[in-house]
Ligand binder design. Structure first.
Ligand code: NAP
Length: 256
C-alpha cells in the first residue's frame, strides 16, 4: 500500500528549547529525521551552531536559535523571528532545564526561582508566544518535557518534581482551549535516561545494580527513547491525543 505517512513532518517548523544536548537534542534529531526544520536552542551560540551543522550533515534542516530561556523577551523575539523566516511555527518542544537535587529545607529562594524560571516559566512563555502562530495555521503541536517525578519522585529532587508537575498540569490545562484550533498539547514524563544531566548518578557506586533492580527494563533509557515519543506526539498520527502525560520509563512507575 502507498499511503501518505501521518508521521511525515516535511514543511513543518519546530522550536525545541534546550536542544544542544540530552533529550532536547534527541527530539530535534528525531523531528529533523521526520522532515521538520528544527530551531536549535541553548545559551551558547557556538554550541547551537555546531548542533545545527551536525543535523545538516545528516541531511536535516536546522536553524540557530541561541538564547537564554529565562529571558522572556528573548523567547518572544526568537518565536517571532522563526515564524517570520519560516512563515509560521508548527511545533514547540520545551526541554530546557537544569537539575536541582536538594531537600526543601536546603533549597534557597534563588535556586527555587531559577529552577522554575528555566524549567516551567520558560515553557509557559514559549507556549504563549507560539499559540498565535499555530492558530493562524489551524495546526500545532506542543510537547512539554516533564518527569516521572509527577508520579513517584523518590524525594531526591522536590523542586524539580514540582516544576515537572506544573508542566504536566499546564499541558492538560491549555489542551482544551487549543483543541478546537487543531493544536494539541501534551507532556512527556521520562524516567531515568542517560544524558549529561544524569551522568553523576550513573557514576555513583552501585547505581547499575540499583537501576537493574528497580527498572523493569533493567537499564537506563537512551535519549532517542524519549526523542521518538516526542516526535510522534508532534505528528499528524497523534492528532487526537491531547492533555496527556506520556510516561516513558521502562516500567519503573508501574512496579513497586
Ligand atoms: N535525563 C533524565 O533522566 C530526565 C528524566 C526526567 C526528566 N528529565 C527532564 O528532561 C529535561 C531535559 O533534561 P536533559 O537530561 O536533556 O538535560 P541536559 O542534558 O542537561 O540538557 C539540558 C538542556 O537545557 C539547556 N538549557 C539549560 N538552561 C538553559 C537556559 N537557561 N536557556 C536555554 N537553554 C538552557 C541546555 O543547553 P545549554 O547548557 O547549552 O544552554 C541543554 O540543551 C529536563 O527538564 C529534565 O528535568 C530528564
Amino acid at each position: 500500500m502507498n499511503l501518505p505517512s501521518p508521521l511525515d513532518l516535511s514543511g513543518r517548523t519546530a522550536l525545541i528549547t534546550g536542544s544542544t544536548r540530552g533529550l532536547g537534542a534527541s527530539a530535534a534529531r528525531c523531528l529533523a529525521g521526520l522532515g521538520a526544520t528544527v530551531a536549535i536552542n541553548g545559551r551558547d551560540p557556538a554550541v547551537v551552531a555546531q548542533r545545527c551543522r551536525e543535523i545538516e550533515a545528516s541531511g536535516g534542516k536546522a536553524l540557530e536559535a541561541a538564547f537564554d530561556v529565562t529571558d522572556r523577551a528573548a523567547i518572544a523575539d526568537a518565536v517571532a523571528g522563526i515564524a517570520a523566516t519560516r512563515g509560521g511555527l508548527d511545533i514547540l518542544v520545551a526541554s530546557a532545564a537544569f537539575y536541582l537535587t536538594k531537600p526543601v529545607e536546603q533549597t534557597s529562594d534563588d535556586e527555587l526561582e531559577s529552577l522554575f524560571a528555566t524549567k516551567f516559566s520558560s515553557a509557559f512563555v514559549a507556549v504563549r508566544c507560539a499559540i498565535p502562530h499555530m492558530k493562524a495555521r489551524g495546526w500545532g503541536r506542543i510537547v512539554l518535557v516533564s518527569s516521572i517525578g509527577v508520579i513517584a519522585s523518590g524525594g531526591r529532587a522536590p523542586a524539580d518534581a514540582a516544576a515537572s508537575g506544573a508542566l504536566a498540569t499546564l499541558a492538560k490545562a491549555v489542551s482544551t482551549s487549543l483543541a478546537p484550533h487543531g493544536i494539541t498539547c501534551n507532556a512527556v514524563a521520562p524516567g531515568f535516561i542517560d544524558t549529561e544531566m544524569t551522568q553523576r548518578y550513573r557514576d555513583e557506586p552501585g547505581n547499575a545494580a540499583w537501576i537493574a533492580g528497580r527498572v523493569p527494563a533493567g537499564r537506563w533509557g537512551r535519549p532517542d527513547e524519549i526523542g521518538w515519543p516526542i516526535a510522534f506526539l508532534s505528528t499528524e498520527a497523534a492528532s487526537f491525543i491531547t492533555g496527556h502525560t506520556l510516561i516513558v520509563d521502562g516500567g519503573i512507575t508501574s512496579s513497586y
